[in-house]
Design a protein around this ligand. Structure first.
Ligand SMILES: Nc1ncnc2c1ncn2[C@@H]1O[C@H](COP(=O)(O)OP(=O)(O)O)[C@@H](O)[C@H]1O
Ligand SMILES: [Mg+2]
Length: 349
């Protein structure tokens, strides 16, 4: 068995104490009393002094260390005094230093994480103000022009008001996205799960986006005719939002005169896989990892021209994850992209 550090400390200290007191006592009795102590009493003296000093030192050192360390644990409120294991600390200092080291590494990691998050937060704030500035300045521009006299011409006045209103719409949509994302990130969003027919929902979203698709002459299609309903379980409003975001992206970043094809596959483990596929510009591999981050865009200016807030995909991901489902992306540059997600299939009884 390995000799504990505190034992060896007590061992050597008692040895020194015994030796010095023995020498003092032995020589003292000779000098002052003029007697040589007999061998047997010298031996007893050594044994008694050694044993006592060993136990006193051992006990005192343990107590001393334990109390000091406990003090540290209690004073630094970050440490939890109940974490302190009495035997572990007093018996083996190696263990203690290991524990402290582990603790320090742990804290270091936490600090790093906090710094990272702080960085994200700063970046997030910067992104928000940047995002809001563009439409705000647009609106302000039109209002100023109106004020400067454009108002007098009824036709132009109306046109500018319309444009200003468009800017306001854009501001509202950004703020709505922000609101939603903050709810999603603080888990404030209660899912209202129900059973619904996903085929029907896709068709509804197609109808809603028809005008948007017409602008770029994109055809919205299901990959085949679905004769029977496919029932899934989820928050129908949120899933509609997911589909809308993905399909709007496929229109915006798809080819003019292109097509968006949605397919529904029954997968294993009682899941339904919903795929949204376009034949547009595609996304370079290096972007795929970060695509779902807030405000992440492959092409800043182009995306902003298209009226996106850069929050769409992170909202999509949050909603899917809140359902405990998964989202995937596959993409080839110049060929097109495919976003897919799983949903829980409704089990017929
Ligand atoms: N179907 C797609 N094809 C190509 N690029 C895409 C597609 N969907 C998303 N992207 C890229 O991912 C970025 C993030 O998308 P999103 O979060 O919806 O933000 P936004 O559409 O507001 O720009 C887009 O800016 C675009 O660069
Ligand atoms: Mg989008």
């Amino acid at each position: 068995m390995k000799i504990k550090k505190t034992y060896s400390f007590a061992f050597w200290t008692s040895l020194i104490l015994t030796f010095t007191s023995f020498v003092t006592f032995y020589l003292g009795s000779y000098i002052f009393l003029n007697i040589w102590l007999p061998f047997i009493s010298a031996l007893i003296f050594i044994c008694v002094v050694y044993t006592f000093s060993f136990f006193i030192i051992q006990f005192r050192v343990e107590k001393f260390i334990y109390l000091r360390i406990k003090n540290i644990y209690e004073n630094v409120s970050l440490l939890d005094a109940s974490d302190l294991n009495k035997t572990a600390v007093s018996a083996d200092l190696d263990m203690l230093s290991l524990e402290v080291q582990k603790f320090a590494e742990n804290k270091q990691q936490q600090i790093q994480n906090l710094n990272l998050r702080e960085g994200y937060r700063r970046e997030f704030l910067g992104n928000i103000s940047h995002e809001l500035k563009t439409p705000l300045f647009t609106v302000q521009g039109y209002l100023l022009t109106l004020e400067d006299g454009a108002m007098n011409d009824k036709r132009i006045g109306k046109k500018y008001l319309k444009r200003a209103n468009k800017g306001v719409d854009r501001l509202i949509s950004i703020v709505k996205d922000l609101d939603l994302i903050s709810k999603l990130e603080s888990n404030d969003l209660n899912l209202n799960k129900q059973t619904f027919n996903i085929v029907e929902l896709v068709q509804e979203v197609f109808d809603l986006l028809e005008i948007e698709a017409k602008k770029r002459n994109v055809t919205l299609l299901l990959d085949k005719h679905y004769e029977y309903p496919i029932k899934v379980i989820g928050d129908v409003e949120r899933i509609e939002q997911v589909l809308t975001n993905l399909i709007v992206n496929s229109i915006k970043y798809g080819k003019i005169n292109g097509a968006t094809i949605v397919s529904l596959e029954i997968a294993e483990n009682n899941k339904v896989l919903v795929k949204v596929k376009d034949n547009g510009e595609g996304i370079k591999e290096e972007h795929l990892d970060r695509l779902f981050e807030r405000f992440y865009r492959v092409d800043q200016s182009r995306s902003r021209d298209q009226g996106g807030s850069g929050l769409g995909l992170s909202i999509v991901k949050h909603i899917i994850e809140a359902h405990n489902e998964q989202i995937f992306v596959k993409s080839k540059i110049e060929r097109g992209s495919e976003f897919s997600f799983t949903l829980e299939k409704f089990k017929q009884v």
